[in-house]
Design a protein around this ligand. Structure first.
Ligand SMILES: [Zn+2]
Length: 209
């Protein structure tokens, strides 16, 4: 992708990510913008066309699964994609300073953080580590609400967690809510299928078509 046809709008950005994922799924990656030339060019300035907030799972390698290159994605990840003030700050930075037109919130099937939270709400011991509970405690309300509504499948709960994550993002960041309102930004929630390599949209705020 040359500079002249880089995505500018939320819809163009989402389309570019879906096209890149399709190349990955069909094993036809273009390996764009990964060469020496782009590295030196980008050293002066970055202009990513999307921000991605996703699970830290090692199989969710952002640039690989969307077949994009250096300087294309502003990536923020932690286990189970759990909102925190530093996450909100990073995403606001991507929108306000770097001007990204899209934030993609990406969960996936068989998520270990969701599984650990489900286990803990069923009375099983949590993994050891004094800070792991920070993750589990933030996912637990979604798990409990899901179970109260008859949802017990991990992937159903994972999708609900993506929705809750986006709702919290928009509720807490006035900047992000205003940019969606003005049409400059879209926030899309999606699920990544580990075995297939496919992205499936769950929810979208803003104009993505
Ligand atoms: Zn995960």
């Amino acid at each position: 992708m040359s500079n002249s046809n880089r995505p500018q709008t939320p819809a163009e950005s989402w389309a570019a990510l879906l096209e890149g994922n399709q190349r990955f799924v069909t094993d036809q990656p273009a390996h764009v913008r990964q060469d020496f030339g782009i590295r030196t060019e980008l050293a002066k300035e970055q202009k990513p066309f999307a921000a991605l907030f996703g699970c830290a799972d090692s199989r969710l390698s952002a640039e690989i699964i969307f077949d994009v290159g250096l300087g294309d994605l502003f990536v923020v990840r932690n286990a189970g994609q759990v909102i925190a003030e530093t996450i909100l700050g990073s995403l606001e930075y991507a929108v306000e300073v770097l001007g990204v037109p899209l934030i993609l919130v990406l969960g996936h099937d068989e998520c270990g953080a969701i599984r650990a939270t489900m286990n803990s709400t069923e009375g099983h011991p949590m993994p050891q580590g004094e800070f792991i509970h920070n993750l589990v405690e933030r996912i637990a309300p979604t798990v409990l609400a899901a179970k109260a509504n008859g949802m017990h499948e991990i992937d159903e709960i994972s999708d609900l967690h993506v929705r809750d994550t986006i709702n919290e993002l928009i509720a807490r960041s006035t900047l992000i809510a205003e940019r969606i309102e003005s049409g400059k930004l879209a926030v899309v929630g999606a699920n990544y299928k580990l075995a297939l390599g496919e992205i499936h949209e769950i929810v979208a705020f803003g104009k993505t078509e």
